[in-house]
Each structure stands twice: as C-alpha cells, then as structure tokens.
Design a protein around this ligand. Structure first.
Ligand code: COS
Length: 386
C-alpha cells in the first residue's frame, strides 16, 4: 500500500488530497489489466477512459483558468504508480496542448482544448529534430510565410503520439533572428497534405513514437501560437511546467518499486527469517524511502511555486526532474535486486518499471541539460546578488 502521508504536506489544498485519493481508487479498478500488446490501441482507449472519467479535464486550461501543476503532478504520480502507459497517455494530452493553454488565443483554445480535455482528440509536442534534441536553438525545420499561409518544410523526430495524434504543437524556424530568437510555435492538425509519418520508433518501453516529415505543408497564418520569433520561449515555458510532471511520473514509478520491494522482503525468507530482517536489506529500504521522500519534496515544491504565481520555475523544475528521474532509476534498480531472478523476468512489475523509467532521464531535457539549467540559474542568482 503506497505511502500517502505526503498528502498532508502544506504544498497541497484539500481539493488535491481528494483528487489523489479518488484517482487512486479509480486507477485500481480501471487500470488493473490494461492490455499493452497493441500500444496505439491501448493509448487510444486509455485517453478515452481518462476523458470519460474526467481526469483529462486537468490536462489543459482555457483563458481565465490556470493549469494547476500540483494536480498535474499528483495525477501523473498516481497513474505512473499503476500503469506507465496510462501516465503517458495523460501526460501527452497536457504536453501536446501546453502551448495552447499558455499562449493560445480564445479561438485556438476553443477549437482544441474541449476535445483534448474530454479525451476525444489526442495531442503531441513536436520540438525535437534529427540534428537537435538538447540544442533547441539549433532547430532547422522552416515555416515560411507565403500570403495567408505558413509553408512547413523539414523533419521532427522522437515525437510521442506521432502517427496517432489529432493535433501537434510544432516549432519551426521563421527566421526573425538566428538561433533561439528565430523560432515560432504552430498548431498543426494531423493529415494535412505534405505531412507524412515516415517512421515509427520502437523502444524498450513501447509507446507511440514517430519521425515526421513536412514537405511544402501549408497551414493558415492563424495557426501561429503567440508571437512569431517567440517559439523558443514558448517551448521553454511549456517545459518548465511539464518537466515537473515528468519528475512526478518518475516518483510514481519509484513509489511502486518501493512497494514491490517491501512486499518482497516481507514475504521472502532466508535462513528462516524474512529478508527484511537483514540489516543490509534494511539499508536498501532506507535509501529507497529517503530518495522517494526527497524527490516528492522537490516535485511538489516546484508545482506549488508555479501554482503560487511564480513567473518562472526553471530552476525548481530542473532540480525536480534531475533528482527524481535519476533517483527513481536507482530505487527501481534496488527493487529489481531485492527480487533476485524474478526481478529480471518478463511480466514482473519491477522488470517493467526498470524499462519504463529509463527514457525519463532523456526526454523533455536530458539529465545533463537539467544540470546546465540549474548551474546557469544558480550562477545568475549569485552574480545578480553581487
Ligand atoms: N522560460 C522562458 N524563457 C526562457 C527559458 C524559460 N525556461 N529558458 C530560456 N529562456 C529564454 C532566455 O531568457 C533567452 O531569452 P533572451 O534571448 O531574451 O535573453 C532565450 O530564451 C534563449 O535562452 P538560452 O540562451 O538559455 O538558450 P540556450 O540555447 O542556451 O538554451 C538549453 C539551452 C539547453 C537550456 C535549452 O536548449 C534546453 O532546455 N534544451 C533541452 C530541450 C528539451 O527539453 N528537449 C526535449 C524536447 S521535448 S521531449
């Protein structure tokens, strides 16, 4: 039984506490036996189920509402503890529309957000390119203004929900300036002429992923999100919010691994006593519990700071993502070790968690990018205070 004492921390309001408990009850019933054999079909039906139950209402915000980052984090943590693909399905409804929530006009929001929030349309975030993952300022895909249209040319890759999304938030070079100041963000519906899914990508923890190609693909001028030339800042602002939620998903995986380890060391006997009686095992349990609580403090500090009105939580989100994803990997590795041979057997929960957690240290800003971000922010604060 997962520890829920963190819900009494002062970061939360009572509505968050009820949300976490109600979602946990729902997930225990609805996600018990999700069939992952057809990943696309599983994602589609998970989005429908999350939509019908109302959980995806939290994934986006219309003008006048706020994205509540604590709710996003609690939902991702809880879903990840039950089922990694359910967490993924929820997360993409938010990341894929994050720029529309934060920078969209009322008309843009009205067109897409009621659908994605109801689980009736799926969304994707198309930023990474074959030659630029961490180095966003080096993106080369172009959007050229031609009359009342932008014409898209180039490739995007590692796009989650690529191939099954109904709408993409896409970043392309509009050329106002070199580097970070010459990118813009667009809303691109699936299926336009010149928009092609050229490759589906398979990974150790399968979820829908694709490489996309745009060849003279025309979108209306009204597809521009925010101002032209502001794409880099839009991408970073979206990532500031959603990096905390990646950290929350890692926390959910780590909590589940700790639970699995606790059950194992209580039930498994060596030399006539439970494994849990061995001090070396207790040492592992202590490290795992400490990592889980420390990660939770960083995740909910970042979420609380954003919900309390902070304009930017770049440093807090980077700290949460770096620590939570790196430590979740260690927690899960210990859980695998405590399971002995069963830990690496296909079908065991800890084996699944071991594969599920790895990509979180790479996507939405790899661990070393988070270190760069934290160091820059810390140095800037020091220099600013001099
Ligand atoms: N929020 C708002 N604005 C931001 C910002 C943020 N979090 N981070 C940077 N900016 C602004 C800067 O203030 C700067 O503005 P000015 O030009 O007005 O001064 C501009 O954006 C450029 O910032 P910076 O100089 O830091 O750009 P870099 O190219 O050096 O950025 C990193 C480097 C590594 C931090 C950035 O490219 C990054 O986060 N990369 C990882 C991207 C990622 O997560 N990829 C995964 C894709 S999604 S799966």
């Amino acid at each position: 039984m997962a520890d829920k004492t963190f819900l009494s921390w002062p970061f939360f309001e009572d509505r968050h506490r009820s949300l976490a408990v109600e979602l946990d009850d729902w997930a225990a019933g609805a996600l018990g036996d999700v069939d992952h054999s057809d990943t696309d079909a599983a994602c589609r039906s998970l989005v429908t189920a999350l939509g019908e139950a109302g959980w995806t209402q939290h994934s986006a915000a219309m003008t006048g509402e706020r994205l509540d980052v604590r709710s996003l984090c609690l939902i991702r943590e809880t879903l990840a503890r039950h089922d990694g693909l359910a967490d993924f399905a929820f997360a993409m409804q938010g990341l894929g529309t994050g720029a529309i929530s934060l920078f969209g006009t009322q008309a843009q929001q009205q067109e897409w957000l009621p659908l994605t929030r109801a689980g009736k349309a799926m969304s994707a975030f198309a930023l990474t390119e074959p030659q630029s993952g961490s180095d966003v300022a080096n993106s080369t895909m172009t959007a050229t203004l031609d009359g009342d249209s932008y014409v898209l040319n180039g490739e995007k890759t590692w796009i989650s929900n690529g191939g099954i999304a109904d709408v993409y938030t896409l970043f392309a070079r509009t050329g106002e300036a070199p580097g970070a100041r010459g990118l813009s963000a667009f809303i691109v519906p699936a299926g336009l002429p010149g928009f092609e899914v050229v490759e589906r990508l398979d990974t150790i923890a399968p979820h829908p992923l694709a490489r996309l190609r745009f060849s003279d693909c025309r979108i209306p001028k009204s597809a521009l999100l925010g101002q032209s030339g502001q794409g880099f800042k839009i991408a970073m602002s979206v990532l500031d919010v959603f990096r905390s939620t990646v950290a929350a998903a890692a926390l959910g995986f780590a909590r589940r691994a700790l639970d699995e380890a606790l059950s194992r060391v209580s039930a498994r006997h060596v030399q006539g006593a439970p494994l849990a009686d061995l001090q070396m095992v207790q040492g592992h349990i202590a490290d795992m519990a400490l990592d889980v609580d420390a990660a939770a403090l960083l995740v909910y500090r970042a979420a609380w700071a954003k919900d309390s009105g902070a304009a930017r939580i770049t440093r807090e989100a980077a700290m949460a993502k770096l620590f939570s994803t790196d430590q979740a990997q260690l927690v899960i590795d210990k859980a695998v070790q405590l399971h002995g041979g069963d830990g690496v057997r296909r079908g065991e929960k800890v084996e699944e968690l071991y594969r599920d957690v790895r990509a979180l240290r790479i996507y939405e800003g790899a661990s070393d990018v988070q270190r760069v971000v934290i160091a820059r922010q810390t140095l800037a604060a020091h220099l600013g205070g001099q």
